[in-house]
Design a binder for this molecule. Structure first.
Ligand SMILES: *Cc1c(COP(=O)(O)O)cnc(C)c1O
Length: 462
């Protein structure tokens, strides 16, 4: 292989023909399943496809029940609502996740309280949970981030001790296991996403809530459809018993996911082989930190995150952020679509900085709600991970991504042969941390103006 970096005029390590791999995989049998749904003319809640998916999903997740819902965010909101999490209650959320993990509690007027992450697993750090517990805390929301189970024994022990609910955010980790049990079966409720980019997708948006609790199950079923009780075979009487939503799944989405779930064991086995062979090559490169998988866990690699350590790479005087930036440029030139996923810890996102919420400052302005700092410097591990890491997304989910991933490994190895030059680039390039432009920004207001009233406290400085 040519050793000259593509960035400096060499030919890219990733050949064009390998780049066609996409996700999700759609086969003729998927197409036929879709057509069969269209031919039945039955699209709404209550039809067989949805009930069948719920049974199959409960089996997959190792729970007694599963409820199909509109999306993963709705799944979290419905689980919190069904558990009785109330306005002004606090929910503990990892500081590094997708925004939905923190926004879903807000939809229930609950207040997210952030906990820093473990720098090796990128999951909520159980050692930092108890210091965040207050008399208002009602639930812990561990996210199995990137497909790796959170430290559930430690989390459940803390929840038991303080009488808290555990609601798992399983959006990135369907099929991952913790000490032999599927994630989604380890808390009071599990919340899954069927978004088209996730590991077990639908053709668009969808989600599920899993639980062993028959009462919780019944409540989620009511909440997804206006608080009504609708029994199979009985006429709907349009009577609502409680505040509910219209958060249902449809039969096209259910049928699509049923096909994907059928393929799951075969796709997952191939993925594991492809990704293991890829990571084995990368683990040889000094200063390249591949994902850590604690004993007793399986990782389903929804996202593959690498950290970059310039000291271990032998680069004197190069800081982690500039090293990551230089490696990113070099990898992208080689044809590796490496990217950053999450540029700022969740508390730095505008909804938490402005605290406008529903208007009138709700939920933070509720009587009895405790004040929140939302200062990103309180989450040094999340900041460090954001600063020095890069991610691969989506293409590695394709069961035939093996050759593509091998050419990515070629690209990494080529860059490591040229580390001195990459290091020089890192030393001389202009650099600012990923969150700095965001911290300077005002939230966008539709119509183009900027909110001018962000004060010091709204920027997290108290
Ligand atoms: C995708 C995702 C969600 C939300 O799922 P949607 O179906 O997109 O609403 C929640 N949490 C995490 C960690 C996610 O990645």
């Amino acid at each position: 292989m040519e050793s000259k970096l593509a960035m400096f005029g060499g030919s890219p390590a990733v050949p064009e023909e390998h780049r066609q791999v996409a996700w999700p995989v759609i086969t003729d049998s998927d197409r036929e399943a879709m057509l069969r749904v269209f031919d039945t003319g039955k699209f709404a809640e209550g039809e067989q496809e949805i009930g069948a998916l719920e049974l199959e999903w409960a089996k997959f997740a190792g729970t007694r029940h599963a409820v199909g819902v509109a999306n993963g965010t709705a799944a979290i909101t419905l689980a919190l609502a069904a558990l009785g999490v109330e306005p002004g209650d606090e929910v503990l959320v990892p500081a590094l996740s997708f925004i939905a993990s923190a926004m879903a509690p807000l939809h229930q007027l609950a207040i997210p309280v952030f906990v820093d992450v473990d720098p090796r697993t990128f999951n909520i750090d159980p050692r930092r949970i108890e210091e965040k517990i207050t008399p208002r805390t009602r639930a812990i929301l561990p996210v199995h981030f990137h497909g790796l189970p959170a430290d559930m024994d430690a989390i459940r022990a803390i929840a038991r001790k303080h009488d808290l609910f555990v609601v798992e955010d399983v959006a990135q980790a369907p099929g991952a296991t913790y000490k032999g049990s599927a994630v989604g079966s380890l808390g009071d409720a599990g919340c899954f996403s069927l978004n088209v980019a996730k590991n077990v997708p639908t053709c668009g948006e969808g989600g599920l809530v899993t639980t062993d609790d028959p009462v919780l199950y019944e409540k989620v079923v009511m909440l997804r459809q206006f608080g009504e009780v609708i029994k199979a075979g009985e006429t709907r009487i349009y009577l609502s018993h409680m505040l509910g939503w219209n958060y249902k799944l449809n039969t096209v989405q259910a049928a699509f996911t049923r096909r994907q779930l059928e393929h799951y064991p075969e796709y997952q086995a191939q993925r594991e082989r492809n990704i293991a062979a890829f990571l084995a090559r990368l683990a040889e490169l000094p200063g390249l930190v591949v994902p850590h998988v604690p004993a007793g866990c399986t990782h389903v690699y929804h996202i593959i995150r690498f950290r970059f350590d310039p000291v271990a790479a032998g680069l004197e005087g190069v800081a982690p952020g500039p090293f990551r930036q230089a490696v990113r440029r070099a990898l992208r030139a080689e044809g590796v679509p490496i990217s950053q996923y999450q540029l700022i810890p969740l508390p730095g996102q505008h909804p938490f900085q402005t605290r406008e919420g529903y208007g009138q400052g709700l939920p933070w302005s509720l009587p009895g709600a405790l004040p929140q700092r939302y200062a990103i410097e309180d989450y040094p591990q999340a900041l460090a991970v954001i600063e020095d890491s890069l991610t691969l997304q989506r293409r590695q989910l394709h069961p035939e991504s093996g050759p593509l991933l091998q050419s990515y490994a070629d690209a990494f190895e080529k860059i490591w042969l040229n580390l001195e030059r990459v290091g020089r680039m890192a030393r001389s390039a202009a650099y600012e941390a990923p969150w700095q432009p965001i911290v300077r920004q005002r939230p966008y207001v539709p119509g183009g103006a900027s909110a001018a009233h962000l004060g010091a406290s709204a920027m997290g400085i108290e």
